[in-house]
Design a protein around this ligand. Sequence first.
Ligand SMILES: [Zn+2]
Ligand SMILES: [Zn+2]
Length: 111
Amino acid sequence: MTGHDHDVPYVEHEVGTVAGDGFARRSTDEGVRVEGHCPRCQGPYVSAYRRGYVVVGSKGLFSRERAEESDPVTGAVHICECGHPHPGQPDALPFVGCGAQWRIESGTEET
Ligand SMILES: [Zn+2]
Ligand SMILES: [Zn+2]
């Protein structure tokens, strides 16, 4: 188990695509829930996605776009919401985290 690095400064940073193995995927009534850790600060990451939607993140702005039949996990840009206000985080963000953004490779879905 790796520790959450609270001293990582807030930077909007695209980590790239990380292996799906590190993220647990669980089916829910509405879609899928992803659990893992931020690849940058190692903080806890949990996010729920509804099937048929992808979340598109761009420079801190969010929009939900309809995307029929797309995988909500591999199709999304995941954004750190570890809950720790990292040093230098701007005010009034819709989430609290280190600013990391990443994509997840397709992995095994646990049902
Ligand atoms: Zn983070
Ligand atoms: Zn963090």
